[in-house]
Design a protein around this ligand. Structure first.
Ligand code: NAD
Ligand code: MG
Length: 399
């Protein structure tokens, strides 16, 4: 791949964003950086923009504009702020864009990059969970390519190269089990924020780390697998694999199981997407199998991880259930981070929101549109918020 490629990174200052910037910065002659976006850490965003000589730097928050502009004064780099400015940045043509904003806020910028074709490297799992069929249809309509960057989905994608997906019997997404995998079930209700924030294997953003402890992250990934690859809920399994070295396995009808292994370093999946369809050099540690010695697996118990049962419900229900699930989960996570609800209340809250919306027949939808997804996001967050504010989970004796 010799031509200089135009690239943008949405969520450049986050965990995935930093790893993406690291790979791009190693070969500056190969890339023309169009836009970098970030949040409140404008000093870091400005530093990245200078190192990569980006055309434009955008902070998500309007109140951070002056600070970002001050950091970039005299650099010749354009500055903008706000959600609309991020979406506008996504309209600037690129050959490759990284979607690494956290949460449902990543959906619109990702969709806007699809409009000009090229490759969208998708780390933002919320896009597929909330609006999978719409996102894929938009990519097709505009001739854009979406490449998965979640490590499990990159692994499945790689295992499927050259294969007929009709020959696939099952897909197994591994789960580390998160911070509490060895805790007794009865202790989980007391789990604190600090305890939920320490992941045994991966160094990631705070929200996905907590989601890993509750297995909401795995629940999202099951839904992502269904949406991206088109497998059914029955074909998609998960297993606890404490070493997190096998990211996913694909089982074929002749009984073969193809496993993908790699170190705990997201630069592998990002690098695969960056160099695709070639395999470029990626500076991650190489696995020393003899030093690792053994790999372990155990059942992911749905009683311990109710998020997995909720994911099954979403995969089987379709329609707007993914948008409702994600919004309720984001609201539950905010409430847990804010000390308003306990660790186990998060799954109860999501379940209550889904039950209420299903009861109103609001999850059904034959054809997803962006407006419908955003409306459901709003409604589900509001229901979750009302429950949290009224502390109705506790009053109803649910916790
Ligand atoms: P992070 O919290 O480390 O970074 C998030 C980025 O998004 C930051 O640049 C932040 O400034 C920006 N951001 C936050 N809120 C925003 C908003 N409202 N509008 C615009 N920008 C905003 O998150 P992360 O761990 O890098 O994860 C990013 C995405 O990738 C998530 O969807 C996550 O689930 C997914 N993912 C992450 C990992 C990982 O290893 N970290 C692995 C697989 C998938
Ligand atoms: Mg993952």
């Amino acid at each position: 791949m010799s031509a200089v490629r135009r690239v943008s990174v949405f969520g450049a200052t986050g965990s995935i964003g930093e790893n993406t910037v690291d790979l791009i910065a190693r070969a500056p002659e190969a890339y023309n950086v169009v836009a970098l976006t970030g949040g409140r850490n404008v000093a870091r965003l400005a530093e990245q923009a200078k190192v990569l000589n980006a055309d434009l730097a955008v902070t998500a928050f309007e109140e951070c504009y002056a600070d970002l502009a001050a950091h970039l004064e005299g650099s010749g780099i354009e500055v903008a702020a706000g959600q609309a400015a991020i979406a506008d940045a996504a309209d600037r043509p690129t050959d490759w864009a990284m979607s690494a904003i956290v949460g449902a806020a990543g959906l619109v910028p990702g969709l806007r990059t699809l409009r000009h074709g090229g490759i969208l490297a998708l780390a933002n799992k919320e896009s597929l969970v909330t609006a999978g069929p719409y996102l894929l249809a938009e990519a097709k309509r505009h001739g854009a390519t979406i490449l998965p960057v979640d490590s499990e989905h990159s692994a499945v994608f790689q295992a499927l190269v050259g294969e007929d997906s009709a020959a696939v019997e099952r897909v197994i997404i591994t789960a580390s089990g998160g911070a509490f995998r060895d805790w007794p079930l009865e202790r989980l209700s007391e789990a604190t924020l600090a305890e939920a924030c320490s992941h045994p294997n991966w160094d990631m953003g705070q929200r996905i780390t907590i989601d890993s402890a509750s297995l909401f992250n795995k629940a999202m990934e099951l839904i992502e697998t269904k949406e991206f690859f088109g497998f059914t809920s029955d074909q998609i399994e998960t297993v606890i694999h404490p070493e997190s070295l096998i990211h996913a396995l694909v089982g074929f009808r002749d009984g073969a199981l193809m496993a993908h292994l790699g170190p705990h370093d997201m630069r592998h999946a990002i690098g695969y997407a960056l160099h695709w369809p070639e395999r470029g050099h990626v500076p991650v540690d190489r696995l020393d199998l003899a030093a690792i010695g053994s790999l372990n697996f155990r059942t992911a118990d749905p009683e311990r991880y109710p998020a997995l049962t909720l994911a099954r419900y979403v995969m089987e229900t379709g329609g707007l259930s993914g948008a409702a699930f994600n919004a309720a989960k984001e609201a539950a996570l905010d409430a847990f981070i804010g000390g308003k609800i306990g660790f186990l209340d998060m799954a109860r809250l999501v379940e209550t929101v889904l039950e209420r919306l299903a009861g109103d027949n609001s999850l059904k939808c034959d054809k997803l549109t962006l407006d419908r997804v955003l409306d459901m996001d709003h409604v589900a967050r509001k229901i979750a918020q009302t429950i949290v504010d009224g502390d109705r989970l506790r009053q109803s004796g649910a916790s």
